[in-house]
Design a protein around this ligand. Structure first.
Ligand SMILES: Cc1cc2nc3c(=O)[nH]c(=O)nc-3n(C[C@H](O)[C@H](O)[C@H](O)COP(=O)(O)O)c2cc1C
Length: 271
C-alpha cells in the first residue's frame, strides 16, 4: 500500500478515536425506529453442552489488590489439563449474562459496555480441557452453554497462522477469539459506534486477565492476528462479523518465570 494511503488511514483512525459529540444530523437506525438487531448470535449447531456454575468450588485468590498487582501477560504454559469448571468460569467472567434489561432491550453482563450493546461473540479453540474434544467452539451466553463447531486438521499449524506466527500460543489449553458484530452498536451509535467497540473489547479482555489471575491460569492478549484465518476458522463473514481480539489461556508454573522473560530478551539489545 502506498505511503499516502497509509497516512490517510492513520487520519481516519484518529477520527474514529476523536468522535465524542453526537452533533451529527443524520439519525441513527434506532432513532429511525428500525428493528433492533438480536442481542446474541443464534445457535450455530443442534447440540449444546451445559456448563457448570459452581464457581465457589474453584480455588481462587479473592484479594483484589493482589490480583491487580500480580497480573502480567503469560506466554509459557504447562502440560496440565484445564477443567471444564475453569473454562466455564472464564466464559462467565468475560461475557456471562446476569440479566436482561427491559423487554429484550439489552443484556447486562459481567463486563460493562457502552449502551449495554455488548457487540461481541466468543469463540474458542480447545486443546486441553477435561471432558471436551479438541476443536472449535462457540459460547452461548444466554443459556451459559457452549457448542462444538468442528474438528480442525493440522490444528497447531492453523493456530500459528491465525496468530501471525506466534507459535508459543499452541501450548495453551484454550485460545479465545472475540468477534465483533458492529451493527449491534451502530444501530444505536451510528458512526460513533466504533470507538465504543474498541473500549468495550478492552473490558472483556481485562476481565479475562483478572479471572485468570484469580484462579492461577495465565493469559496474554493478542492483537497481532491474521483476521482472515481467524474468521474462516469460525465461518465468520468478515463484513458483519469479524475477529477483533484473541487470548490464549493456559496452566502456568512459577518455575517458568525465566522462560517468560525470554520474550523480552530483545530489550537487552535495545538498551
Ligand atoms: C490489545 C493488546 C494486544 C496485544 N497483542 C499482543 C500480541 O499480539 N502478542 C504478544 O505477545 N503480546 C501482546 N499483548 C501483550 C502486551 O505485550 C503486554 O500487555 C505488554 O507488554 C505489557 O505487559 P504485561 O501485560 O505483562 O503488563 C497485547 C496486549 C494488548 C492489551
Amino acid at each position: 500500500m502506498p505511503g499516502n494511503q497509509v497516512k490517510e488511514l492513520i487520519k481516519q483512525g484518529r477520527m474514529t478515536l476523536q468522535f465524542t459529540d453526537f452533533g451529527i444530523d443524520e439519525p441513527s437506525d434506532q432513532q429511525l425506529k428500525l428493528p433492533q438487531p438480536p442481542l446474541v448470535k443464534e445457535k450455530m449447531t443442534f447440540q449444546q453442552i451445559d456448563l457448570p456454575y459452581n464457581f465457589g468450588d474453584l480455588k481462587m485468590e479473592t484479594d483484589i489488590l493482589k490480583i491487580i498487582n500480580n497480573r502480567v501477560s503469560h506466554r509459557v504454559y504447562t502440560e496440565e489439563d484445564m477443567s471444564l469448571l475453569e473454562l466455564s468460569y472464564l466464559l462467565w467472567s468475560t461475557q456471562g449474562i446476569k440479566s436482561i434489561r427491559g423487554k429484550n432491550y439489552a443484556t447486562l453482563r459481567t463486563v460493562p459496555s457502552g449502551g449495554a450493546r455488548h457487540e461481541f461473540e466468543t469463540y474458542f479453540i480447545v486443546k486441553k480441557v477435561a471432558q471436551l474434544r479438541e476443536g472449535t467452539y462457540h459460547y452461548l451466553p444466554l443459556t451459559h452453554q457452549i457448542e462444538f463447531l468442528r474438528e480442525i486438521s493440522d490444528l497447531d499449524e492453523k493456530i500459528g497462522r491465525a496468530l501471525s506466527g506466534q507459535r508459543w500460543a499452541e501450548a495453551a489449553n484454550v485460545i479465545f477469539f472475540w468477534s465483533v458484530v458492529p451493527y449491534r452498536s451502530e444501530w444505536r451509535y451510528s458512526c460513533f459506534a466504533h470507538r465504543i467497540i474498541l473500549v468495550d473489547i478492552g473490558h472483556v479482555c481485562q476481565n479475562m486477565y483478572i479471572a485468570c489471575e484469580a484462579i492461577g491460569l495465565g493469559t496474554c492478549a493478542i492483537g497481532a492476528f491474521d483476521r482472515h484465518t481467524c474468521d474462516s476458522l469460525f465461518t465468520l463473514d468478515g463484513e458483519d462479523e469479524f475477529t477483533i481480539l484473541a487470548a490464549p489461556v493456559g496452566t502456568i508454573s512459577a518455575q517458568d518465570k525465566d522462560k517468560e522473560q525470554e520474550f523480552y530478551a530483545f530489550l537487552k539489545t535495545e538498551e
